[in-house]
Design a protein around this ligand. Structure first.
Ligand SMILES: Nc1ncnc2c1ncn2[C@@H]1O[C@H](COP(=O)(O)OP(=O)(O)OP(=O)(O)O)[C@@H](O)[C@H]1O
Ligand SMILES: [Mg+2]
Length: 284
């Protein structure tokens, strides 16, 4: 079954045009998305590309249930989202989608483990669960949350950093905490908006290797990127232009990020070894 199914998705923005002396002077319409048809099966790894203003963020907001389309239908894991009320819409967002942002968006004075636990505080109705522990069985539930968060952190290779604050972690590690947080609810798919935009080459490769590993274990990932080098690690690339989906192509042979990372580290080690000054003999 398709995890994501968009049919004829449109999104228009109406802007009031300001005339002289601030007078309202009619309105114009921006067609940010014009009838997008797109579907993704479970286990896919898709890049969304396209020039600035082509509609990528608009599409992400709709896929992430942060915004509703002006027309068309969006089935997420078989659920029709466009007709759902705002509570259901929020519930779908919390349960079905794991978000990874360019800026990590971790809580600063909160440990890695607690950051990853956060999505688990939403109960079935999508409200924050009682944290005071008065509810029957809350102790057991709290333990269950900790276990799940710890397992997610181990899965992203941070089993030994659970008690660290974000400021005590590298950028790549912070993004891995964010990925653990995105996965902890076992969402239908992970939505990543330029997840390596704030990271250097080595950390970007680490993050791409992690997404590839998760994807090989069956996670569905949709990632916005401006960089063809990064899209080359995914399995399918869709391209938007002027609000239209202009191409949808499989990646014949996705690059292996872990292998590229190993090569990068090796080259880098050689480079820094050759640029190091000759060791000086200590004066007697
Ligand atoms: N809130 C808004 N109100 C009016 N117009 C908007 C709004 N958001 C986006 N647009 C317009 O919709 C179009 C698509 O914008 P969008 O942000 O989706 O582009 P993008 O592909 O994400 O670009 P970038 O690569 O620069 O982030 C643009 O023409 C933009 O000006
Ligand atoms: Mg954008």
């Amino acid at each position: 079954m398709a995890v994501i199914e968009l049919r004829g998705i449109r999104r228009t923005y109406r802007i009031a045009a300001q005339g002289a002396k601030g007078k309202q002077n009619g309105a114009f319409v921006v067609k940010a998305l014009r009838s997008i048809d797109f579907s993704a099966e479970a286990g896919e790894f898709v890049s969304v590309m396209g020039p600035s203003g082509s509609g990528k963020s608009t599409l992400m907001n709709i896929l992430g249930c942060l915004d509703k389309p002006s027309g068309g239908t969006y089935l997420l894991d078989g659920i029709e989202t466009s007709t759902s009320d705002s509570d259901t819409f929020a519930l779908i967002r919390n349960k079905k989608i794991g978000f990874v942002f360019q800026a990590f968006n971790l809580l600063a004075r909160t440990t890695a483990l607690e950051n990853v636990e956060l999505p688990l505080f939403y109960d079935r109705e999508g409200r924050r669960a009682d944290k005071t522990g008065r509810k029957n069985g809350e102790g057991r539930r709290a333990e269950g949350r900790k276990d799940r968060a710890a397992a997610a952190l181990r899965e992203v290779g941070l089993g030994d950093r659970m008690g660290h604050m974000p400021s005590q972690l590298s950028g790549g590690q912070q993004q891995r905490v964010a990925i653990a947080r995105a996965m902890v609810n076992d969402p239908a798919f992970i939505l990543a908006d330029e997840p390596t935009g704030n990271l250097d080459t080595e950390m970007s490769l680490e993050i791409m290797a992690l997404f590839q590993a998760l994807n090989r274990r069956g996670k569905t990932v949709v990632m916005v990127t401006h960089e063809p080098e990064l899209a080359a690690y995914t399995r399918r690339i869709i391209t938007l232009r002027d609000g239209e989906l202009v191409s949808d192509l499989p990646v014949a042979e996705p690059r292996d990020a872990a292998a590229d990372l190993a090569r990068w580290k090796q080259d880098h080690a050689q480079l820094s070894a050759s640029s190091e000054p000759e060791p000086q003999e200590a004066e007697a």
